[in-house]
Design a protein around this ligand. Structure first.
Ligand code: DP6
Length: 417
């Protein structure tokens, strides 16, 4: 593709990639190094499928660009943010290193070029859906493609946002906390691929699309400074829980996986309450979802459903395919939605009525409109390159295409990669 009409010889490199959201089942909360983003404990997550939730990023490099520029969801943002700069600096450093070490003949002309970056999410930003994880994973993956950098890049994504390192892989992913002060051993690794547990289903119950009150970065900073429960959790609980969780995933033992997931979410929110002043991420809808899940499981005499909550009120539910319909009926009954609009988006779930026995056994007071909608999804792959050139978010002039403005709130895009 040609950019710069003055210089016909000058080629611009353009590349578009997508990256997934991940949801932690053993939570990361607390840093031992704020700049390098090194955690006080290891964590484990499930990568969600990009058919439902993803970030798309286009990177263009050109000799004619005057400066690095960034557009997020249709709006130009300040690229001088230290975390963005860390990622850009690291990728350029690795590209230079690759040229010097391995391949001096490598076409490295674009190394000195400025970049234009354009990124969109197909889900509401800052709704507790880990948009920064998908965003930084996508940024790092796309920059690496643009600059010809290969290998594990989770350590670079980590420097954008801690949880982003886990979005560099599909399926079930652990982030090993590491012990070195330079952070070289604090990386993500795949535990099992997305094909490992095909029956596993994930329902995101969107309770609120509002921005979260306290961001994770400042929240965890206060927790590290004030919560002795967090210290106990990191030192004495998480190491054993990681081993048990990995075992449960490997064995596809839903009961063990579900119970560990719920206990870990509860302990994370307990550390938020133990923070001084306390941090409240859960609201009355979240509490009602917790009650619903426990009463549902009690009614069936087995653990069929689990919840987990990040730094926001939205519940993420794990269950098995055979229980999705029954559990979503319960959600629809106890959180009656507005009649217009689709309540369940993503992977199709047929509509049916809740059984009288289940309704009575749960016996909660319905909370109308407590949940705006459900995104039904499953485990999915890591970042990938988009082959179709019509999907580039930047035009031949290196500026966002008009259609890339205001793309928030879309959740039903088909993955094109
Ligand atoms: C509650 O990765 O958003 O979602 O590293 O400061 O960018 P920073 O924080 P972030 O924290 C995520 C915290 C969490 C739990 C998790 O994803 O493990």
């Amino acid at each position: 593709m040609q950019i710069g009409h003055k210089d016909n010889m000058e080629k611009a490199h353009i590349i578009t990639c997508t990256a997934p959201v991940n949801i932690a089942v053993v939570k990361y909360w607390g840093k031992r190094d704020e700049d390098l983003i090194l955690p006080i404990n290891s964590s484990l997550s499930v990568t969600l499928h990009q058919d439902q939730l993803k970030t798309t990023t286009t990177v263009t490099t050109s000799k004619s660009f005057q400066e690095d520029r960034l557009w997020l969801n249709g709006k130009e943002e300040d690229i001088s943010h230290p975390r963005l700069q860390s990622c850009l600096r690291e990728i350029r450093r690795l590209a230079r290193k690759r040229r010097n070490d391995a391949d001096p003949d490598l076409d490295s002309t674009c190394l000195s070029h400025k970049v234009h970056i354009c990124s969109v999410n197909n889900f509401p930003t800052a709704a507790g859906l880990a948009s920064s994880a998908a965003g930084f994973a996508c940024l790092v993956y796309t920059l690496a493609q643009a600059f010809g950098v290969e290998g594990d890049l989770s350590g670079v994504a980590r420097q954008g946002s801690g949880s982003a390192c886990r979005s560099m892989y599909g399926g079930f992913v652990k982030w090993i906390m590491g012990h070195q002060s330079d952070g070289k051993d604090s990386v993500a690794q795949q535990v099992e691929p997305e094909t490992h547990w095909p029956e596993l289903r994930i329902l995101v119950l969107v309770a609120s699309a509002e921005r979260k009150p306290v961001g994770s970065t400042s929240g965890m900073q206060t927790s590290v400074q004030t919560s002795c429960l967090l210290k106990h959790r990191a030192e004495s609980v998480v190491p054993g829980r990681m081993v048990e969780m990995i075992e449960a995933v490997r064995r596809k033992d839903f009961t063990a996986f579900a119970e560990l997931t719920m206990k870990d979410s509860n302990q994370f929110h307990a550390t938020c309450l133990d923070t001084y002043p306390p941090i409240f991420y859960l609201n009355s809808v979240s509490h009602q979802v917790i009650n619903l899940v426990h009463r549902y499981n009690r009614h069936y005499g087995e653990t069929r459903v689990a919840y987990t909550f990040d730094a926001g009120p939205n519940a993420v539910i794990f269950t098995l395919q055979q229980h999705v319909l029954d559990f979503s009926q319960a959600v629809r009954h106890f959180f009656p939605p507005e009649t217009n609009g689709q309540f369940i988006k993503g992977l199709p779930v047929p509509q049916a009525d809740i059984s009288v026995e289940l309704k009575q056994a749960i016996g909660l007071e319905p909370m109308p409109k407590g949940i705006s909608y459900i995104i039904s999804t499953k485990a999915g792959p890591g970042p990938c390159v988009v082959k179709d050139p019509t999907q580039h978010l930047l035009g031949p002039d290196g500026l966002p295409k008009r259609s890339e403005k205001h793309q928030d709130n879309r959740v039903e895009h088909k993955n094109v990669c």
